[in-house]
Design a protein around this ligand. Structure first.
Ligand SMILES: [Zn+2]
Length: 289
């Protein structure tokens, strides 16, 4: 069975060596990554952790930078990583949607350079609204190019944590209705959006919407896997971890793919859905070929 982690974060050696400099340019990054406790791994560490846990491929994203030039620099590095590790690493490009036409041009450059789509974009972190014209033009360009977008979403209720934003599910729904043909992955279980797919008109509008499980154990009990699969179907759920984030702080010391994979494998995901959720769906959504 092919195992794909559809949501991990990678940072270039340059960013890892100069966190402070990047933090000075980007308050949202600084807020979450100024502390050296916020994990970053090298590509070598990533591949070793993948091998240790039996993960075949990852979908790697960088950071949703506020500045277009830093997005570009990151995209260049991610393109080089995917060229060197074509069989293991699929990567997405980031853009600053507020740059409008320049963001669209950068997305085109990313796709031509072998990146599989755009994301993880973050409205709160990058300071855009889902109805901004620049963001909509990026979404339409992705639709026209036939590539997916990974969008950060989070729950409107529950505990507060660093990085939890204000994005409303009503805004997410308006965006889905505005771009119904876009292959859209809502990260972190869509912030609860799957529940509304029980409404027939929402389900119809969200026919190209998918959900990933990134950071799941920090937010939900393991029942979330079967519950969302029940709500939206086997083919719309993608296993993703948010690696190298520590998902089980009480018992996990180092980044690892294994604990969440174990959670999914040991009853979290119904047996009949495992092959789709742990790999096939990610390949359907993110495959570049
Ligand atoms: Zn996220």
């Amino acid at each position: 069975m092919l195992i794909v982690d559809a949501h991990i974060h990678l940072f270039s050696p340059e960013i890892q060596a100069h966190r402070d400099r990047y933090a000075a340019h980007d308050p949202f990054f600084g807020y979450l990554y100024s502390s050296p406790k916020a994990r970053m791994v090298s590509v070598t560490e990533l591949l070793a952790d993948m091998d240790a846990a039996g993960v075949d491929k990852v979908v790697a994203v960088g950071w949703p930078w506020q500045r277009g030039d830093i997005c570009r620099e990151q995209n260049d590095w991610l393109m080089a990583v995917t060229r060197r590790h074509t069989d293991r690493v699929i990567a997405l490009g980031t853009v600053q949607p507020l740059d409008g036409p320049a963001a669209v041009a950068e997305l085109r450059r990313c796709v031509e350079g072998g990146l599989a789509g755009v994301g993880e974009l973050n409205a709160d972190g990058q300071g855009f609204r889902l109805d901004d014209s620049g963001f909509l033009s990026v979404a339409r360009a992705a639709t026209d190019m036939g590539v997916p977008m990974l969008l950060h979403t989070n729950e409107p209720v529950g505990h507060v944590y660093p990085g939890k934003g204000q994005l409303s599910l009503a805004d997410v729904y308006a965006f889905i209705k505005a771009t119904p043909e876009l292959r859209l992955v809502l990260a972190h279980w869509g912030g609860g959006f799957p529940f509304y797919e029980l409404m027939p008109e929402v389900r119809a509008a969200a026919r190209n919407v998918f959900y990933d499980s990134a950071a799941s154990p920090l937010l939900y009990t393991p029942a979330i896997f079967r519950t969302v699969i029940d709500l939206v179907g086997t083919d719309k759920v993608l296993f993703g971890s948010d690696y190298p984030l520590i998902l089980y702080p009480k018992r996990q010391k180092m980044p690892s793919f294994s604990p969440l994979l174990d959670e999914a494998n040991s009853g979290g995901v119904p047996a009949a859905a495992l092959a789709d959720v742990l790999g096939r769906n990610a390949m359907r959504v993110y495959s570049t070929s």
